[in-house]
Design a protein. Structure first.
Length: 169
């Protein structure tokens, strides 16, 4: 099978190495929508390395009438409480001119199918608090916001400082 899902207009398929530039285009499109384009450091080369050579993430490409329309980039996480892996969606993006055609629903449903097929525990993702259209979309698909959790991140100089402490223990 060359595809994960196919309907009259929509086709979902696993990304291949030849899609690297397309994935970067979608990442930039998402970053522009989120007003974060200046933060994109990804290059085609590091995407190729980490997605297709080291398999640190996977991607699904959505096509509409044969035209690349969006993608989902995801990786496995693990629930210690459930004792099973899950899938974390890093990015889910559909080009603005192709929204409302069911592509986002198809991508999310396809990932849910993969979770169930692999007997994983859950499907999760993050959404910017101001992004009301996406929050409404995710809630309509059965997503529940986790208001009792706060996400933390360490990058840049703080990451360097934190890492340097291991030599001081």
């Amino acid at each position: 099978m060359d595809y994960l899902y196919k309907s009259d207009h929509t086709l979902l398929r696993y990304a291949e190495e030849k899609d690297t530039a397309l994935i970067l285009e979608f990442i930039r499109g998402l970053a522009e929508y989120e007003h974060l384009l200046d933060r994109v450091e990804a290059t085609a080369e590091n995407l190729k390395t980490y997605i297709f050579q080291e398999h640190k993430a996977e991607a699904i490409i959505a096509e509409y009438d044969g035209v690349p329309a969006g993608f989902a980039l995801y990786f496995c996480n693990f629930s210690t409480f459930r004792g099973r892996p899950g899938i974390y969606i890093e990015d889910l993006f559909v080009k603005p001119e192709l929204r409302g055609k069911g592509l986002g629903k198809a991508l999310l449903s396809c990932l849910a199918f993969l979770v169930k097929e692999k007997n994983y525990a859950r499907l999760e993702w993050a959404c910017l608090n101001w992004n009301k259209p996406s929050i409404a979309f995710y809630k309509a698909q059965g997503g529940q916001p986790l208001t009792e959790w706060t996400t933390f991140r360490v990058t840049g100089d703080e990451l360097t400082e934190l890492a340097s402490r291991i030599g001081k223990l």
